[in-house]
Design a protein around this ligand. Structure first.
Ligand code: TYM
Length: 382
């Protein structure tokens, strides 16, 4: 029977079976010992504690190498094509935790080409506008500018092109078709793009650790196959699940359906309206029934978001679950808890974002890492 869901870097459809995806993609679940080890380094965000970050490749090796003082570096990214939503920011939040706890360098790719190739009707000029916006949202997360470098493909291409050539030569059409689902109608820009997303895996001759949702995994499969030939360790990953849209547990939150997503720029009134109107509820049809039979938190989007990443306090999550299930807490009340949490988070984010413009130069051009020269001479020249 074909799977009832689909996950690729451009689309997520249906109700994702995350256990199944681990087998399909050949990744590993974060098991108890690894989870305990991760949490032992410092107070982790709810999303890591509650296993919203649930799968990985070779993360255990990265931690061992850190313990042996060999270290590692971080890499993540964002391809602008619209405003960022609360799902997009999670890999950056985790990257910040890793940077704070391990004190490591972080490279942030802004592929200002990827969505131009992948989407119809989106111009490079439109992308450039979103690039500016998205970089401010990313800076607002609060990275160390001396240990973080944000770069755009179309600006940084001179340095990226040599390693991209080495990578591109090793990826033939059959592999690209099999891994990404490309076909004969795919434009050649899109066919080449994976080389550019793979390049930063080799920015330092240490293990690279990539926090991203599991949709990005196909790129890393190829990067890992190539690493040995270049004389580099295989890049490690930590994979998250998807923040679901307001409408329910299927698919992923997406900015192209803005009324089903919470954007980082949403005002308190917009949040209230979206959640009240669109958040799928696990409540019963009548108040009397809900009080008697209780609601279903497992499909209630408000509860799911609170549990996955928004509510830091474990005791509060436990109580919300129990009260909803017993019928003590109503759907409207659960939604209000979500609205308050979201508005608190967005208020803090927007305040930090308002201060971000003056830091752009430091992150992009004049920071410590930005000034480092990349010659990639470490990469086997074949
Ligand atoms: P993009 O711009 O589609 O998404 C940015 C990051 O957000 C994750 N993400 C989500 N996480 C949770 N819930 C969701 N609903 C959700 N939607 C998206 C993505 O997995 C991603 O981590 N090709 C990339 C850009 C990129 C990149 C990278 C990403 C370039 N280099 C290195 C990660 C690591 C892209 O289109 O991401």
């Amino acid at each position: 029977m074909p799977d009832a869901f689909e996950v690729n870097p451009w689309e997520v459809k249906g109700l994702v079976d995350y256990e199944r995806l681990v087998t399909q993609f050949g990744t590993q679940k974060i098991d108890e010992p690894l989870h305990r080890k991760l949490l032992s380094y410092g107070k982790a965000p709810a999303a890591l504690r509650r296993k919203f970050w649930y799968s990985h490749r070779d993360l255990n090796f990265a931690l061992q190498e850190f313990d042996r003082k060999q270290g590692f570096f971080l890499y993540t990214g964002r391809a602008p094509s619209g405003p960022m939503h609360i799902g997009h920011i999670l890999p950056f939040t985790l990257a910040k935790w890793f940077q704070d706890v391990f004190g490591v360098n972080l490279y942030i790719e802004i592929p200002d080409d990827e969505k131009f190739f992948a989407k119809q009707g989106l111009s490079l000029e439109q992308i450039d506008q979103w690039v500016k916006d998205d970089i401010l949202d990313i800076i607002a997360v609060g990275f160390d500018p001396n240990k973080t470098f944000i770069f755009q493909d179309r600006e940084f291409i001179k340095q990226m092109y040599t390693p991209a050539c080495r990578i591109a030569k090793r990826i033939n059409g059959n592999l690209a078709k099999a891994v990404f689902g490309f076909n004969d109608g795919t434009n050649i820009g899109h066919l080449f793009y994976p080389a550019l997303q793979i390049v930063p895996c080799f920015f330092e001759k240490k293990r690279c650790v990539i926090p991203a949702a599991i949709d990005q995994d196909p790129y890393w499969r190829i990067a890992r196959d190539l690493a040995g030939g270049f004389g580099f360790p295989k890049p490690a990953q930590i994979h998250s699940k998807f923040v679901v849209p307001l409408t329910g547990m299927e698919g992923k939150m997406s900015s192209s359906e803005a009324h089903h997503a919470i954007l980082l720029s949403d005002s308190p009134a917009e949040v209230k309206e979206k959640v009240t109107k669109h958040a799928f509820s696990g409540g019963r049809t009548t108040l009397a029934e809900h009080r008697k039979l209780g609601g279903n938190p497992d499909v209630d989007v408000a509860f799911q978001w609170l549990q996955a990443f928004l509510e830091e306090d474990d005791a509060v999550v436990k109580k919300l679950y129990a009260d909803y299930k017993s019928g003590k807490l109503l759907s409207g009340e659960m939604k209000q808890v979500l609205i308050d949490k979201l508005n608190g988070f967005l208020g803090r984010h927007q305040k930090a974002r308002a201060q971000a413009a003056k830091l752009v130069d430091k992150f992009k051009y004049s920071g410590k890492l930005a000034k480092r020269m990349w010659d990639f001479s470490d990469m086997a020249n074949r």
